[in-house]
Ligand binder design. Sequence first.
Ligand SMILES: Nc1nc2c(ncn2[C@@H]2O[C@H](COP(=O)(O)OP(=O)(O)OP(=O)(O)O)[C@@H](O)[C@H]2O)c(=O)[nH]1
Ligand SMILES: [Zn+2]
Length: 350
Amino acid sequence: MDHRDLGLKHSIFQHIGEYSIEALFRVSKDYGKKYGVIGVEKGELIEREVSRLQLETDERPVIGDWVICQELQGDDVITELLPRETQLARTRSSGTQQAIAANISHIFITTSMNAEFNLNRLERYLVLAKASGVQPTVVLTKRDLVDDPSEYVNQIAQLDPSLLALPVSTQTGEGLDELLSLIQKTDTCVLIGSSGVGKSSLINFLLGEEVLETLDISDEGARGSHTTSNRFLFMLPTGGLIIDSPGLRQVGIGASTKNVEETFSDVEALADDCRYRNCTHEKEEGCAIQAALADGSLSPRRYKSYLKLMTESRYADNPEAFQRERHRQWRQVTKNRKEKEKVLGRYKEF
Ligand SMILES: Nc1nc2c(ncn2[C@@H]2O[C@H](COP(=O)(O)OP(=O)(O)OP(=O)(O)O)[C@@H](O)[C@H]2O)c(=O)[nH]1
Ligand SMILES: [Zn+2]
């Protein structure tokens, strides 16, 4: 085996500099202070537990990162964090971005074909994929529960005709070979989606064993006193890698207005035809978006989803504005509470 089996893309090589390839490792477990890393020595996979030195960047290594590890005074340490090709990030409460996983080549957006199916949520995930610069595929899970998945596939085609939507079932095995065939040897994939859509079941299938359920117990035994990591990079037996991280399972992830515009290119294209350049698409005369809503060519659902994600992403573009808005909302809450107390106080007087 070699580093390509760990997902090494050619582009990372230029950053290795004077180090030997044996010093190159990939972060596979994140314990907070310590990390699990994997590398290759004499054609064999090696796993190490390392801590990090004060790095030149403020950035903390995350799962999927490529790092340089060296032995210093008997300890294995991360001495350098290599530049990321892609990263998935979320917006902190302060409005700044925090990386969750790095060097990902494929995002599988998972959604099940039942009440959980939600186009707004899908659009949110598509914006996230845009923000990360990563190719998304929609995986429609629980294929065995529906007679005909085409109703779901068609709805996704309406969001973006170039987007692949793949119905699968871990119960019957349908679609799973196609899913596997999408993962190349040097690919690093993540599955994102709501709780219960079947992500763990899919990861277990890809790994060929029930790793996710049994992991906590065996890992704790092997690690002794360390807190068990719940962020993992797994190597698939069929080639390629997959990241499982609870941070990736949440939806509140940051993206810029540009990412939203790209995801909603149909709505943006309409806006080009508005009479006024600074059209707010609300009441203006000659608004192409209002016209499309009126003639039914743009659905009110998609329009609302677009406006909502645009508003959110404006804050990601501008953390200070994000802070101001939070402050304003907080003042409003406090004011409401004071007013309520006033009213209640008055009642007490009676
Ligand atoms: N009918 C059917 N049920 C499935 C399928 N895949 C998973 N399930 C069931 O759906 C439930 C949730 O599956 P998980 O794999 O734990 O879902 P998850 O997305 O990992 O959920 P979290 O761990 O909470 O994020 C379990 O009861 C599974 O047995 C499927 O293809 N068909
Ligand atoms: Zn308009």
